[in-house]
Design a protein around this ligand. Structure first.
Ligand code: ATP
Length: 383
């Protein structure tokens, strides 16, 4: 999935070095978007994920033309809709896309039919009554609410409202939909259902989507590719499995899921692998990342579910440790291990009930493929 499946086709959205600054009330300047380059391919679901203030909403609004970028270029369906250099700026209604806002924002006083017909009626190029009826009914069928045309949004379930909002976004033949946290005001249980349905519909209907959220579970579930943002930049872009399993910075490793971090120094480089000096002893066989040199201060990271207690194998690293605390959480247990002779604590997650008790002497095995060496930097967005 993801971009690989689209080689040779033109992107639906193409961003080149897009930047957007805001002047704050106190006169200082915020670099809300700080040079973003990104392609969205036909049928692709790209999620912009990041903490509050990282610039994801501004980036979405800039694509839509609701904010004017200060730098860079934006192409949509192969046509340039914004170029700082060439002084091109198309208004939102000429950008050939639809935007879906928080809570789907259907008009309560209009029927489903009229809600969906709205974008057609507000166009300058008029459609006949018959054309409008045909287009609206077809798209309502497409999203599976063909029978709801005469109802009002207030009488419908969340799932039906979501379908109607999608119908409105797709009715004018557009195949690019921008979503600004549509599910953020919905309670957790319903959100899960709506997410599944949205996923199903996007994969079936095949429109391209750019979707803003600060919820990593939502991002992992919906995205073909996730753009993890920090301080106005895309810090990492890739399929959910990749940003989770192979984060390229401490920022991404800590923003998505939880990670154990063991401070270390690069002791030697052995071909493709690296030897680390950690407070709890040597760690060997870890795949080296680019640009490492002997003496670099780094952190060795691994996800809690990849630590294995009381196993010793050659294809990874073994540390001695003491079980400090065991927490039974139901489906899983969490074991806090203090690495031998140090103050370094790591967490290990296992399925089901814990096999150990507080105070046990254990060994902790982490497969080399699951250990990552990341630049020390900082975990903050300004890193
Ligand atoms: P959230 O999830 O809280 O909406 P976000 O990641 O979407 O966060 P943005 O809303 O895009 O972030 O904001 C990015 C930065 O730009 C922030 O520092 C914000 O304060 C600033 N900013 C956004 N809009 C404006 C504005 N109209 N005027 C001044 N500063 C702004």
């Amino acid at each position: 999935a993801g971009a690989g499946a689209h080689e040779g086709t033109a992107p639906v959205v193409r961003l080149r070095e897009v930047a957007k600054r805001f002047r704050r009330a106190d006169g200082t300047v915020a670099n809300a978007i700080d040079g973003v380059t990104l392609d969205v391919m036909p049928g692709e679901f790209v999620v912009l994920l990041g903490p509050s203030g990282c610039g994801k909403t501004t980036l979405l609004r800039t694509i839509a033309g609701l904010e004017r970028a200060d730098e860079g270029e934006i192409d949509i369906h192969g046509a340039t809709v914004f170029s700082h250099e060439r002084r091109i700026e198309l208004p939102p209604e000429k950008r050939n896309l639809s935007m879906i806002f928080q809570s789907y924002a259907l008009w309560p006083h209009l029927t489903v039919f009229d809600n969906v017909a709205y974008p057609l009626r507000s166009r300058r190029q008029r459609y006949s009554k018959a054309e409008i009826a045909e287009k609206v009914n077809r798209v309502l069928e497409l999203v599976g609410v063909g029978e709801l045309g005469r109802q009002f949004p207030g009488q419908m379930s969340g799932g039906q409202q979501q379908r109607v909002a999608l119908a409105r976004a797709l009715v004018d033949g557009g195949d690019l939909v921008l979503f600004d946290e549509p599910l953020s005001n919905v309670d957790a249980k319903v959100r899960e259902t709506l997410r599944r349905e949205l996923l199903e519909m996007q994969r079936t209907l095949g429109f391209a989507a750019v979707y803003v959220t600060h919820d990593q579970h939502e991002a992992m579930e919906l995205a073909h590719r996730v753009a993890v943002m920090g301080a106005g930049r895309v810090r990492q872009l890739g399929p959910p499995t990749e940003v989770y399993s192979a984060p390229t910075s401490r920022y991404v490793a800590n923003f998505i899921g939880t990670t154990n971090e063991i401070p270390a120094t690069v002791q030697a480089l052995e071909g493709e692998t690296v030897v680390l000096d950690t407070p709890a002893g040597q760690a060997r066989g870890i795949r080296a990342s680019d640009g490492l040199t002997v003496g670099d201060r780094v952190v060795a990271c691994f996800r809690p579910e990849y630590g294995i207690v009381d196993e010793r194998r050659e294809d990874g690293n073994v540390w001695d440790g003491i079980v400090e605390r065991v927490l039974f959480l139901g489906a899983t247990s969490e074991t806090v291990v203090r690495l031998g002779g140090t103050d370094q604590r790591v967490r290990v997650t296992t399925l089901g009930e814990p096999a150990h008790r507080d105070g046990d002497d254990i060994t902790l095995f982490v497969p080399a493929a699951r250990l990552r060496v990341l630049a020390e930097g900082s975990t903050g967005v300004s890193a």
